[in-house]
Ligand binder design. Structure first.
Ligand SMILES: NC(=O)C1=CN([C@@H]2O[C@H](COP(=O)(O)OP(=O)(O)OC[C@H]3O[C@@H](n4cnc5c(N)ncnc54)[C@H](OP(=O)(O)O)[C@@H]3O)[C@@H](O)[C@H]2O)C=CC1
Ligand SMILES: O=C(O)C1=N[C@H](C(=O)O)C[C@H](O)C1
Length: 242
């Protein structure tokens, strides 16, 4: 049994995570939200799980380092400086960062990488996602993760070849681009489709999250797996043995 602390405990994911911690037989060591004592939470936890906001990331990493415990970062909307901070923290403690903690999306990313590597760049890749009306970042962390998988398969740099936010006279699609489209509405937990569009045919690889429990279960599995691992940066693939 592990003592797991939640950052963002009063949020949608925080509530789902509290249930998943109990269901897995672990102990909830406590939770913090904006302005809370994250260092104090880290001191009484075996691992931290962060589903909060990018602005909280650096103090969360410091708290994990201060207590010498692992941290799983599920927060999305992260930028380059956040990834640099994660790399730095991973020299001191085990850190797992992912845009999606579910088994299904982790496997989907593998399938996308394989499909992209086998099909030439005359096959256009578009990633479409839909989430609930309260989501604040776009494209979703999962869409970016799937885009990275497709880019790895193609052997290209995603940042240099992504197209998003098309509007107005955009001109023709650039050959080899990976496109993103984000829809928002209702209470959708998470829908992602990777469309590989070729001459006269399309392959569509999709994942539907029916509720947040899949993310919560994956996060609990990831956090408990991190305990006892040496300091490094980990991925959900490591946890799930994929
Ligand atoms: N990786 C994955 O598998 C998944 C990732 N996510 C991501 O997790 C994040 C949270 O999602 P969700 O639960 O829906 O969002 P919510 O807005 O429902 O919850 C966020 C929580 O974080 C708290 N918070 C905000 N700022 C801070 C801070 N500086 N320090 C500590 N706590 C803070 C909020 O508190 P307050 O209200 O006081 O601001 C709130 O309780 C998002 O980035 C989302 O994209 C979501 C699902 C799955
Ligand atoms: O904000 C959400 O709700 C979700 N965020 C993650 C993302 O940005 O991909 C994961 C999931 O799709 C739900």
């Amino acid at each position: 049994m592990a003592k797991i602390g939640i950052i963002g405990s009063e949020g949608r994911m925080g509530h789902a995570l509290a249930q998943a911690i109990a269901a897995a037989g672990h102990e909830l060591s406590g939770g913090v939200d904006k302005g809370g004592d994250v260092a104090g939470l880290a001191d009484r936890s075996d691992a931290l799980v962060d589903f909060s906001a990018p602005s909280a990331l650096e103090s969360n990493l410091h708290a994990a380092i201060g207590a010498g415990i692992p941290i799983l970062v599920g927060t999305t909307g992260l930028e380059e400086r956040h990834f640099a901070a994660i790399d730095g923290a991973a020299r001191a403690v085990p850190v797992l960062q992912t845009g999606n903690t579910s088994l299904g999306v982790t496997l989907l990313a593998h399938l996308v990488q394989q499909a992209a590597s086998r099909l030439g760049n005359e096959w256009d890749i578009e990633i479409v996602e839909m989430h609930h009306r309260m989501k604040v970042d776009a494209p979703s962390g999962t869409a970016k993760l799937l885009g990275e998988a497709a880019a790895r398969g193609r052997g290209i740099d995603l940042a240099a070849q992504s197209e998003s936010g098309r509007d107005g006279h955009t001109g023709a699609r650039a050959k080899g681009a990976i496109g993103f489209a984000a829809l928002r509405g209702g209470t959708v937990a998470g829908e992602h489709s990777v469309i590989l569009a070729g001459e006269d045919e399309r392959i569509i690889l999709s994942h539907s999250a029916e509720n947040r429990s899949i993310f919560a279960r994956g996060a609990v599995r990831g956090a408990s797996w991190l305990i006892g691992q040496p300091p490094a940066r980990y991925r959900m693939e490591d946890v799930l043995g994929l």
